[in-house]
Design a protein around this ligand. Structure first.
Ligand code: ADP
Ligand code: MG
Length: 283
């Protein structure tokens, strides 16, 4: 097990009239290779939760272990942690700051204390991985790029650190459908090539159904349920209670069921849907 979170609670502004309980005894385990979808309504605690994973938010109560780094220890190895967990915050392009793309993407690896040569190689590779032409963009200001390109540069800055775990907070928010597809396929590529474990916060239920093997559904600071996309997205009581949408495939299957068409298996991805319909037709 690569990440183990137990009874994590978090209160913003504790002990003041503004105290706000954002997390209430949240527990989750993640295995290396998992692609975890974190879903839930706005304000349910998703961002607060994932910001614990690289200690952007310091532990108040509960325990948290990330690849052997124990954040409940007195002096957790934060440097090692930040090299292990790559965090792509919401609208990461707002955090671009340096005068050139090359310098911006170098920032993280520099903090890891790597050699100049290693940094240069990683930066070039990361910029290529996010689908930009290194020679074309390296000396440009990140601020003169398009919105989608800026976001890729910001993601390149994270993957240049070669994190074992990639955590993304709504990475497709605000992008057009094509931009969304491109970022999702990039995340897939990264998972396959460099960061085998991925946690992604998303409001796009189709994307979660399509890509994730595990779904954690947050509601009011708690995890209401953890399971496979099939377990989560066919649980009517759970989805109604937490006011969650269903992926398109699930909506269609439910409509078919209401009309008496019962597929041999309940699909969640489009490919599974096609296969299930074929089997139903041939049966
Ligand atoms: P989500 O990412 O699911 O939208 P958040 O983790 O951002 O949820 O928020 C969980 C709760 O914590 C919400 O009630 C939110 O208003 C509150 N909250 C988030 N950030 C802060 C903050 N910096 N100060 C005070 N309260 C906050
Ligand atoms: Mg959030």
């Amino acid at each position: 097990m690569s990440i183990e979170i137990k009874d994590l609670s978090y209160v913003y502004s504790p002990g003041t009239p503004y105290a706000c309980t954002a997390l209430d005894k949240v527990s989750l385990t993640v295995d290396e290779g998992d692609f975890v979808g974190i879903i839930g309504k706005t304000g349910s605690g998703k961002s607060t939760f994932i910001q614990h994973l690289n200690a952007l938010i310091r532990l108040q109560s509960g325990s948290l272990k990330v690849f052997g780094i124990d954040l409940s220890a007195k002096k957790p190895d934060l440097k090692k942690l930040r090299g292990t967990v790559g965090m792509v915050m919401q609208y990461p392009e707002y955090q671009l700051f340096d005068e050139t793309v090359e310098k911006d993407v170098s920032y993280g690896p520099k903090n890891l204390g790597l050699s100049e040569e290693e940094i240069k190689g990683r930066v070039r590779e990361a910029i290529g991985l996010v689908g930009l032409d290194y020679d074309e963009v390296k000396d440009r200001s990140p601020f003169e790029l398009s919105g989608g390109q800026k976001r890729r540069v910001a993601i390149a800055g994270v993957i240049a650190m070669k994190p074992r775990v990639l955590v993304l907070d709504e990475p497709t928010a605000g992008l057009d459908p094509r931009g969304k597809r491109e970022i999702l396929s990039l995340v897939h590529k990264l998972k396959e090539t460099s960061s085998p474990t991925v946690l992604i916060i998303s409001h796009d239920m189709d994307a979660v159904a399509e890509h994730c093997n595990k779904v954690a559904l947050f509601s009011k600071g708690k995890i209401a349920s953890v399971g496979s996309p099939r377990e989560i997205f066919y649980d009517d009581a759970l989805l109604n209670e937490t006011e969650m949408d269903r992926p398109a495939v699930v909506r269609i299957v439910k409509e078919m069921e209401q009309r008496g068409v019962i597929l041999p298996e309940r699909p969640v991805t489009r490919a599974e849907f096609v296969a299930a319909v074929k089997r139903w037709r041939d049966a």
